[in-house]
Write a protein that binds this ligand. Sequence first.
Ligand code: SF4
Ligand code: SF4
Length: 89
Amino acid sequence: MSKRTWQELPKGAVSYKSSMDYKTGDWGVEAPKIDHSKCTKCMLCHFYCPEGAILVREDGYTEPDLDYCKGCGICAKECPVKCIEMVRK
Ligand code: SF4
Ligand code: SF4
């Protein structure tokens, strides 16, 4: 049996950012709310989000993409200054 690269795997077999093919924002009951007055623009939330659903704006602040955010809360847990609050949708 020949080995395939991850790019050749069928859709659904790759979990990281695979939700970008489908709008999954309706799956969660909570969404992150960022207090930009406390944000240091470290971008850790962007790097830790398993769905690639934290966007970086032109001004350097981050913003959740609610079309794809599943509400897992990892970004809020990893934010070093705790300026992300998970709120009910
Ligand atoms: S709650 Fe989860 S999916 Fe949504 S932006 Fe934060 S880390 Fe990403
Ligand atoms: S992890 Fe927190 S401080 Fe860092 S960019 Fe995200 S919201 Fe801002």
